[in-house]
Design a protein around this ligand. Structure first.
Ligand code: SAM
Length: 331
């Protein structure tokens, strides 16, 4: 009866369902978003926890039927709303907190859909495939540290809550799982996410290559030079708007504080934040080629020999601010 393509693995361990609900820290005023309620084992516990409402988005019409049948005439049913549809395609309703055992194939787009939803929610407690969960929480230097880690950690604090073996599900999936807590940063960093992701993409294209080598690639230099020229011509007419996109030194300081917890383990890398101001020709437009300009920026921040796999949030923010100050943009 269960469809593999929809990632239908039903949670069968009531103690586990209870501990997921307990970890969520629900309040009586909360509207909970549940994604993929399936037959409703988690839904039932969420309702019993005494929240204001549960809004459940389920793709499979048969599951929606089953869910409605299960809660029909039930005293809790007035607080449950089931929406049939694809969570990636529908407009999300208002919610304070998201609790879900999701189909793993939508992990990444769903995470970013949640993080870009407004108003921003308080927290999400989500079951992911173990490896995806470990990528979410990975720190600089960990083997699973990647673009996903850096991007999700820019927007939220992530923590690993529970390891869940595959035998807690029927039918058991091929992989183990983990429950993760995602708490959006408040306020969200004053950074253009497109710019940030543009930089991070380049740095993780080969995460163990030095930034010096990655930024020497023709493809990268051409892209950056194109952006640079577009920006320069725009700047003449739209100076005011441009100002909004740039990060000031104050913004970087604010961000550095916010991500302090994430950079603790990188220890000596923090010293790289010292700016060297004596690299005079770096910012000058003069005769220096665009490539030299880019290399100069990497050297200025002591990044040329560094690798994306070892850079912290603070390092990426600092590098982005150096590029932006020199008029170089990533989107
Ligand atoms: N929450 C239930 C539980 O823990 O027992 C079921 C979880 S099961 C891993 C995932 C559920 O998500 C399935 O019921 C499946 O039909 C549903 N689903 C799959 N893709 C979906 C999508 N794009 N949008 C909403 N629900 C989806």
């Amino acid at each position: 009866p269960f469809e593999k393509s929809k990632g239908q693995h039903i949670l069968r361990n009531p103690a586990l369902v209870d501990s997921i609900v307990a970890k969520a820290g629900l309040k009586p005023t909360d509207t909970v978003l549940e994604i993929g309620p399936g037959t409703g084992n988690l839904t039932k516990r969420l309702l019993e926890a005494g929240v204001k409402a549960v809004v459940a988005v389920e793709l499979d019409p048969r599951m929606v039927l089953e869910l409605n049948r299960r809660f029909q005439g039930h005293p809790l049913s007035s607080r449950l709303k089931v929406i049939q549809g694809d969570v990636l395609k529908c407009d999300l309703p208002y919610f304070d907190i998201c609790v879900a055992n999701i189909p793993y194939q939508i992990s990444s787009p769903l995470t970013f859909k949640l993080l870009s939803h407004r108003p921003i929610f308080r927290c999400a407690v989500i079951m992911f495939q173990r490896e995806f969960a470990m990528r979410l929480v990975a720190q600089p230097g960990d083997s699973l540290y990647c673009r996903l880690s850096v991007n999700v950690q820019l927007l939220s604090r992530v923590s690993h809550l529970l390891k869940v073996g595959r035998n807690n599900f029927r039918p058991p999936p091929k992989v183990d799982s983990s429950v993760v807590r995602i708490e959006p940063r408040k306020p969200l960093p004053p950074v253009s996410f497109k710019e940030w992701d543009g930089l991070v993409r380049i740095c993780f294209n080969r995460k163990n290559k030095t930034l010096g080598a990655l930024f020497k690639q023709k493809r990268v230099l051409e892209l950056l030079e194109k952006n640079y020229k577009t920006m320069q011509s725009l700047q003449l007419t739209q100076d005011a708007e441009m100002g909004e996109e740039k990060m000031s030194a104050d913004d970087v300081a604010v961000l550095a504080n916010m991500v302090e917890d994430l950079s603790m383990e990188t220890g000596d890398e923090k010293e790289d934040d010292e700016m060297e101001m004596d690299d005079a020709d770096m910012a000058g437009d003069g005769a220096a080629s665009f490539k030299e300009k880019v290399m100069g920026i990497l050297q200025q921040g002591d990044f040329a020999e560094k690798r994306g796999s070892k850079l912290s949030q603070v390092d990426f923010l600092y590098l982005l601010s150096l590029f932006n100050k020199a008029g170089i943009h990533f989107s």
